[in-house]
Structure formats: structure tokens, C-alpha cells
Design a protein around this ligand. Structure first.
Ligand SMILES: Cc1ncc(COP(=O)(O)O)c(C=O)c1O
Length: 321
């Protein structure tokens, strides 16, 4: 059996709406006077839980949860976490109990995602900071098991070989191979899945540039490399056969995770006004600022087609009253 056959046999619950559209950004291109044609993949429209990239990853986890008889899911993130919100929504849809270990968001206030976590019925467990999330998940899992439940722990961002398969699958939606894909990267699963998917589906020439939302480029690249290596093992692919150059740009994180920069605010406004498409302030606006930076530096002048992969997250623009 080939690695692609093995991939196709892995169970997945289809919970989002696919393929997500690819739209040309002709007005933006005219505004910027750039040579490459610009496209955007609308994964902000995957659907459940207000959409975004996490739906794709969780489809693999939730298939496993239902198949293997888990009755509860536990995951973690910040109060603004898109991953936690989508997990809560999909858990409700699948009839699973959901527990979230959440640390306070940088922005203060009551994030819209937190309001939705509660609406979807998730049980919220507060931790003071990022470091407290994993231990709290482990503690919760123990407590729930002792109470007779069957909890499945889903690591941060579902950025594991299993979750990343969502983006291997996403690559199969591409009708043509762009020269470059630019997207937001953080816990690495999206980028790992895209890279493995491009290799698996034979899009050999496409470069992927992940623009960091927070961590240093070398750290994210190492995580991505590790996830791709474990996907190779899981699919029985020869070592390094799905690896390719891992490009992470960390020049656009600005003042820090979740804190807007002048460039990200400009990116958000420019795309909204030229194309009527809204980015989010934490991830995609910084990634789009990275795309604009590359276009303006002439770094993409030689390319024919550039695809920005919109990974969602716009609820971070709003706080609950
Ligand atoms: C909207 C959005 N875009 C991009 C990312 C980054 O994806 P990944 O964690 O797979 O690197 C995330 C999550 O971290 C996200 O919520």
C-alpha cells in the first residue's frame, strides 16, 4: 500500500463545508501593482464554531473519539482560542462532553470566543498562564477517569501528526498548484500538514511560507519538521520523503502574541477595503502583513501565483458585553 493509500484509509468525520472557495484578489493586486496573481483560500468559511483551520484538524480527532468510545474531550488554549471554541462546538455537535483549560488573553475584556465556549456547553477551567495548561489537562484527565468517564486529551492546537492530516487533506482540494502559499503559523500543525500534503499529492514546486504569530522561526520550524517526520512514520513513507524546506518568517509578530502591530492593522484594513475580506488580529492579519512585506520587498516578483491561506479567527475582533 502506498503512503497515499494509507492516508486515504484514515478515518475522518466530515464536519466542515468543503472544498472551501479559492478567490482571486484582483483589486488588491491592482492596488499593490504586483506581478504575481493573488489568491485567497477561504478556510475562514469551513463552518462550525465560526470556522477556521481547526475544523479540519479536529475532524480526525473526533472520528477517533467516536470510533474508540471516548465520551469527553479535553483541550487547552487562551480565552481567545479558536481551537478551543471550535472543539467546544464540534464536541456539542458530536454529543461529547468538553473541558477547556484556559489562560487569560493578552487583550483583557471578555473575548467573544469565551462567550461561545460557554454557550456550546464547555466546562471552563482557569489556569494563570500558558505553562499551567498541560498540567491542568493531565490533572483533569485523571479526575475524569477516576469518575468513570473516558476523556480524550487533544494537545494545543491539535498540532499533532493526527490533527495535521486535516491539512494533508486540505491540499487535495487544490485544483492547481500555486508557486507560493503564505499562511499563519503557530503550533505548527497547519504548516506540517500543508508540506506533507504537497509532497504526498505531488505538488513538488510549491513553496510554503508560514508567518509566525508568536514564537521564533527556528522553534516553529523544528516543531513542523517533527510533525512531518511522524506523519511519514504513520503513513509508512520513507524517512524525509515528505520533508521539504520549512520556511518560517518571524519578522511580523510585532509587540507579541495577540497584540496588533502597525503592519497587521494596515493589512487588516487594506484587505477589508480592497476585497471585502476580514482577517483576524491575532494570526491572519500578521500573516497577511508578512505577505504584503514579501510583495513590497520584491521577494515574490518572479512568482506566477501566490495563495494566501486564510485560517480564520475573526471572532478575536469582538468582545462580549
Ligand atoms: C486563526 C488561526 N490561524 C492560524 C493558526 C496557526 O495554526 P497552527 O497552530 O496549526 O500553526 C491558528 C492557531 O494557532 C489560528 O487559530
Amino acid at each position: 500500500m502506498t503512503p497515499l493509500d494509507r492516508f486515504r484509509r484514515i478515518g475522518r468525520l466530515v464536519l466542515g463545508h468543503y472544498p472551501t472557495p479559492v478567490q482571486e484578489m484582483a483589486r488588491l493586486r491592482a492596488h499593490l501593482r504586483t506581478r504575481p496573481r493573488l489568491w485567497i483560500k477561504r478556510d475562514d468559511w469551513t463552518g462550525p464554531g465560526f470556522g477556521g483551520n481547526k475544523v479540519r484538524k479536529l475532524e480526525y480527532y473526533l472520528w477517533k473519539a467516536l470510533r474508540q468510545g471516548y465520551d469527553t474531550v479535553i483541550t487547552c488554549g487562551a480565552e481567545t482560542s479558536n481551537h478551543c471554541r471550535v472543539t467546544a462546538a464540534l464536541a456539542a455537535q458530536c454529543g461529547l462532553e468538553c473541558h477547556l483549560a484556559l489562560n487569560p488573553a493578552a487583550q483583557g475584556g471578555r473575548p467573544a470566543s469565551l462567550l461561545l465556549d460557554e454557550l456550546y456547553g464547555a466546562v471552563i477551567h482557569r489556569v494563570p498562564g500558558r505553562d499551567g495548561r498541560a498540567p491542568e489537562m493531565a490533572r483533569l484527565a485523571g479526575e475524569l477517569r477516576a469518575a468513570g468517564r473516558r476523556p480524550m486529551e487533544i494537545p494545543l492546537g491539535a498540532s499533532t501528526p493526527l490533527g495535521a492530516l486535516g491539512f494533508v487533506h486540505a491540499v487535495s482540494e487544490l485544483k492547481t498548484a500555486p508557486a507560493v502559499i503564505v499562511h499563519s503559523t503557530s503550533s505548527g500543525g497547519t504548516q506540517a500538514g500543508l508540506l506533507a500534503g504537497l509532497a504526498l499529492f505531488g505538488f513538488a514546486g510549491t513553496r510554503v511560507v508560514g508567518v509566525s504569530a508568536d514564537d521564533p522561526a527556528a522553534e516553529i520550524a523544528e516543531t513542523v519538521r517533527g510533525i512531518v517526520a511522524r506523519i511519514e512514520v504513520d503513513l509508512g513513507a520513507p524517512a524525509c520523503s515528505l520533508q521539504r524546506e520549512i520556511l518560517v518568517d518571524d519578522r511580523f509578530t510585532g509587540p507579541g502574541y495577540g497584540v496588533p502591530s502597525a503592519e497587521s492593522e494596515e493589512a487588516l484594513r487594506l484587505l477589508a477595503r480592497t476585497e471585502g475580506i476580514v482577517l483576524d488580529p491575532v494570526y491572519t492579519a500578521k500573516a497577511f502583513a508578512g505577505l504584503l512585506g514579501l510583495l513590497r520587498d520584491g521577494g515574490l516578483e518572479g512568482e506566477s501565483d501566490v495563495l494566501f491561506w486564510h485560517t480564520g479567527g475573526q471572532l478575536a475582533l469582538f468582545s462580549a458585553a
